[in-house]
Design a protein around this ligand. Sequence first.
Ligand SMILES: Cc1cc2nc3c(=O)[nH]c(=O)nc-3n(C[C@H](O)[C@H](O)[C@H](O)COP(=O)(O)OP(=O)(O)OC[C@H]3O[C@@H](n4cnc5c(N)ncnc54)[C@H](O)[C@@H]3O)c2cc1C
Length: 454
Amino acid sequence: MKYDVIIIGAGPGGIFAAYELMIKKPELKVAVFEAGHALDKRHCPIDGEKVRSCIGCKSCSIMSGFGGAGAFSDGKYNITNDFGGTLYEYIGKKQAMDLMYYVDKINMQHGGSGCKLYSTAGTKFKTLCIQNDLHLLDASVRHLGTDVNYVVLENLYAELQQKVDFYFDAYVEAIDIVDGGYSVKCKDTSYTCEKCIVSVGRIGSKWMEKVCKDLAIPTKSNRVDLGVRVELPATVFAHLTDELYESKIVYRTKQYGDKVRTFCMNPKGAVVNENTNGIITVNGHSYEDPALQTENTNFALLVSKHFSEPFKDSNGYGESIARLSNMLGGGVIVQRFGDLIRGRRSTPSRMEDAFITPTLQATPGDLSLVLPKRLLDGIIEMIYALDKVAPGTANDDTLLYGVEVKFYNMEVEVSDKLETRHKGLYIIGDGSGITHSLSHASASGVHVARDIAQ
Ligand SMILES: Cc1cc2nc3c(=O)[nH]c(=O)nc-3n(C[C@H](O)[C@H](O)[C@H](O)COP(=O)(O)OP(=O)(O)OC[C@H]3O[C@@H](n4cnc5c(N)ncnc54)[C@H](O)[C@@H]3O)c2cc1C
């Protein structure tokens, strides 16, 4: 029960840490503990027929298990320092980019080759956006798609399990400092290690807070992103998505000066439920395989909310708003843009009358009863701004699903090695509050593995 390195969490951060250790130091005894299931056992029961909404499984297969929250994601690896995390603040911009390209190379070697790398560099859309007071951020994006992403994970696991011990359905309860390293406590057994890499993602945020408190690791937290997921006919955004796949566009509202941004664009994709600690919010994904694509494109419109003293619980604020939508709609609420503008709720009959078919079964309702006025005003202003570069965005039948919340884990105090004040204890990925994306989380895993290998 003694390992050189124990990794907690088998999301992209944990997987890439394990992979890099296997390549650079194959003699090390490494174990990965994952609260969720093995990849082939991960199934969300929502089938749209018998099970239409989240039934709160003990282990959420969307968020947990081999592949982490990324397993059924759209597999969009954004290679950029402009968004997706602040890893560059710790390790430098060049190194962060190098690591993200390295992760991309490994993904290509494990089944991703053939997937297109899109780029915003030199695109005419930058000009079009700026002419309309919209700002297109720089990025390269490798779109694996949910299907290819799964294949890449299968291949990585096949290779990893030959060298690394995997423990699935193994929720780690606590980490204790012991002589010569750490003790990792699961239900019945404890395991010890010299180095411990914690990569528990967003779903592990509450647990992470407790660990930091117990081990006196300083943290800070003051941000949450709130908004809606927009769904419209794919043709409205086709000129952008065909060339860029994903466009991250930022707009500063005239009314309040708040920044609203597009996030996680899924051409011909589907809107999905997301369950974070029992709260149902909305997200989206899409497939690379044309047979699995839909006629709609979806993306989020988010407003970042930073709080000042004395309020500290930004995630609690986001949760309360999400709970409100769950209370009114029993889950996610959907509203036609035209209904929102006219100040009336969407009803099942108004939804049936629409020219668009929603890809998620959500409750027709009124988002103005859920989202604070300032946020909703900003989102409406952004929709009209986007309508200038993608006419049709502000059509009556554009669907808005709410709420979409990006919870940020509190930011943990770590060094440039992503090591805490306790030697040999590293915190990486979304659980550290430093990354918020597949590529940044994966890159952080490679970074600590190289430090340990040295
Ligand atoms: C539906 C959806 C779509 C997304 N699409 C994209 C996208 O296209 N592009 C993008 O860049 N990002 C996307 N994301 C975000 C992306 O998935 C995350 O940023 C990324 O997975 C973070 O990786 P991670 O390793 O830090 O954490 P995670 O992937 O969250 O993995 C953490 C793992 O740790 C496990 N764990 C937690 N606590 C414990 C514990 N106490 N003991 C043992 N195990 C534990 C969890 O079960 C989980 O499997 C999406 C997310 C979702 C939910």
